[in-house]
Design a binder for this molecule. Structure first.
Ligand code: GLN
Length: 446
């Protein structure tokens, strides 16, 4: 009740929720009371959380922040939300986001922009901006997000919370509305690494409903949070500290690294030589996969259908033209072009080859160091509207996050300090399935 009241009081300004499920939440809270009375040991029992509005929730509106799905009520539950329900959470509602998770500022939402709770004139980051703002403003204890190219880490950084993108395949994608299937991954957004660990424990692990979900055994993510960091080797990629990084952000990151040295870690300079290719390759691969994934929204089976179509072609064209926002249409066109005959080799295949090089950079670096650290984003949260007319400037926001998705490794953003009064996130990247190590490193800092 407390959290629902807080949402009512504050979310008119923040716009972090698309749907608030009061009745569902209160019923789940009562059920959780019973679970706890019956001796449940689940760390999540009775904990009020929210889900990014691209997780299908049985019987609850799921819009992906698109007019296309403004009336879509899924008949089934995603694996992530289902597993959290089984852990006894109380679901307060569904959070705002960039439409179909395309964006870095949460300005591409059919339901309007989300405001950053630290400064209402600034963006919360994207695409999981509603989740980040809601957690930062104390409207929920934690939230889920998804990260295709930074969408958990960058809003976590901009809003001063902790967010974890797990290894690709660690968490099932079943019931997540797909953006770019070879990159999409769900993860926790919370106030601490410890809270992230509890949520990961609930959602991670094999699921037969997702053919890319890994069978590697899950670890106990809270068992080693306090393990000492003596002898930990931290790699600092020189490419992360070059041109384009705001000086004040750089200082916060360098100070954070010094704290880790005090905790017993050693620092080593490393190189990720293909970093500058991550934006061009991601912005070919992600739109290509999106153009294919989004072909299912045709006005026939579910979602938005235009008024009085003249014939089938007219219905397809107008339903998609009216139902998708501008950024989504742009990505579909870029992706369709890159996949078309004659261009496939030049763009899509070339981008996949570069992806392999980027992955090898990380594999080589992680053979020498335990974790890699750097900034999450080149700047702190920028002003609402500041980059909407400049797509290149917007895509440049993703320079430090995209390569992690292309490689498939796990990475976290944790609050490291402030620059100009706005939060700055430190990014911690690790080897495949090293989530427990990342959480340990993050926890010792907090
Ligand atoms: N900014 C990236 C994009 O627009 C991030 C998306 C994401 O991680 N969902 O594609």
């Amino acid at each position: 009740q407390d959290y629902l009241a807080r949402i009512k009081q504050l979310d008119g300004q923040l716009n972090s929720f698309i749907t608030v499920t009061d009745e569902v939440a209160l019923a789940q809270a009562e059920a959780a009371d019973k679970l706890i009375a019956a001796g449940s040991t689940s760390a999540l029992a009775g904990i009020p959380i929210a889900h990014k509005d691209l997780f299908c929730t049985d019987g609850v509106l799921t819009t992906c922040a698109s007019k296309m799905l403004h009336n879509f009520v899924p008949p089934y539950e995603s694996t992530v939300t289902g597993r959290m329900l089984a852990s006894g959470v109380v679901t307060l509602g569904k959070t705002n986001m960039d439409e179909f998770a395309m964006g870095s500022s949460n300005e591409n939402s059919y339901y309007g922009a989300v405001k950053n709770p630290w400064n209402l004139e600034k963006v919360p980051g994207g695409s999981s901006g509603g989740s980040a703002a809601a957690v930062a403003a104390g409207l929920c204890v934690a939230a889920t997000g998804t990260d295709t190219g930074g969408s958990i880490r960058q809003p976590a950084s901009f809003c001063g919370i902790s967010g974890l993108k797990p290894t690709y395949g660690r968490v099932s994608r079943f019931g997540m509305i797909a953006y770019a299937s070879s990159l999409d991954q769900a993860g926790p957004m919370a106030r601490s690494a410890e809270d992230c660990a509890h949520i990961l424990q609930s959602i991670a692990g094999f699921d037969g409903n997702d053919s890319t979900c890994s069978e590697v055994a899950i670890e106990d993510y809270t068992a080693n949070l306090d393990a000492p960091l003596d002898g930990l080797t931290i790699g600092l990629p020189k490419e992360y500290f070059g041109d384009g990084l705001n000086n004040d952000v750089a200082t916060v990151i360098q100070d954070a690294v010094k704290e880790f040295e005090k905790l017993g870690a050693k620092v080593k300079e490393i190189s990720l030589p293909n970093l500058n290719l991550s934006i061009p390759s991601y912005y070919v691969i992600a739109p290509s996969e999106a153009s294919s994934n989004l072909s299912r929204f045709d006005g026939v089976r579910y979602g938005y259908r235009c008024e009085e179509p003249k014939d089938l072609m007219d219905m397809y064209k107008r339903s998609r033209g009216e139902g998708f926002g501008k950024e989504v249409q742009k990505r579909i066109m870029v992706g369709t072009y890159a996949l078309s005959e004659g261009y496939y080799d030049a763009y899509y295949l070339k981008a996949q080859r570069i992806r392999r090089l980027i992955k090898e950079d990380f594999v080589n670096a992680l053979a020498e160091v335990d974790v890699i650290m750097g900034p999450v984003a080149p700047t702190t949260a920028f002003g609402i509207g500041a980059k909407t007319d400049d797509p290149i400037a917007m895509y440049l926001e993703d320079i430090y996050t995209l390569s992690i998705n292309l490689a498939g490794i796990p990475a976290m953003s944790i609050p490291a300090g402030f620059a100009d009064g706005m939060p700055v996130g430190l990014q911690i990247m690790g080897n495949y399935f090293a989530e427990a190590k990342l959480l340990n490193v993050a926890h010792k800092f907090q």
